[in-house]
Design a protein around this ligand. Structure first.
Ligand SMILES: [Zn+2]
Length: 193
């Protein structure tokens, strides 16, 4: 497979997502994958839990390594502000990337994936996922919470952001991010039309 941009060997797959469905797929080389994914790196925010307004985001891109020999830990999901241009890049695990990719496919698999089993369990218990919030970045690790309503009783569950994103896709729940985690500079500012 050849890179969509330069024709070199492609070892990365970028999925471009629209309305929580896979919209387009591109095979790219390592350098072009990094170029596309690294452009809107969030700024580090220190050690404490962040406070402040929440911004709704949605899955915009998924990055998956397709070369089995490549080092793991370079899969990523890009969240983009709904109706805006600010983006947050989250590094995710290989398994989580694979699960999210399968959830984005229009055709469903025969057997339930873990987030689908979770959603059915929650529903059976009279619960509803209200939203997933990515709350903080601490020592390079993002934290997230599920906000659940069970017949009027509301509570939060600690979760990895990648799992939270998968659950939000299955449950069609909103994904929220603390505004302090988004880059302060609008990446589109100053660019031509
Ligand atoms: Zn390339």
């Amino acid at each position: 497979m050849r890179c969509y941009f330069c024709g070199l060997t492609a070892t990365r797959k970028l999925l471009f997502v629209q309305s929580r469905r896979m919209a387009r797929e591109a095979m790219v080389c390592i350098d072009h994958a990094e170029m596309i994914l690294q452009q809107d790196q969030p700024r580090p925010i220190g050690e404490s839990w962040s406070q402040g307004p929440l911004v709704q985001v949605d899955v915009e891109q998924l990055h998956r390594v397709v070369d089995g020999s490549a080092a793991s830990g370079t899969e990523a999901v890009i969240l983009q502000e709904s109706g805006g241009t600010r983006r947050l890049r989250l590094a995710i695990g290989r398994c989580e990337a694979s699960t999210i990719e399968r959830l984005l496919q229009p055709q469903r698999s025969d057997r339930p994936l873990t987030p689908e089993a979770f959603a059915r369990t929650l529903h059976s218990l009279g619960g509803k996922l209200l939203h997933v919030t990515i709350t903080a970045l601490t020592r390079g690790t993002y934290f997230a919470l599920l906000r659940i309503d069970q017949q009027g009783h509301r509570f939060e569950v600690d979760i990895r952001p990648s799992d939270g994103i998968a659950f939000a896709i299955v449950c069609q729940a909103a994904i929220l991010v603390h505004e302090s985690l988004l880059p302060t500079v609008d990446p589109s500012a100053g660019r031509g039309p």
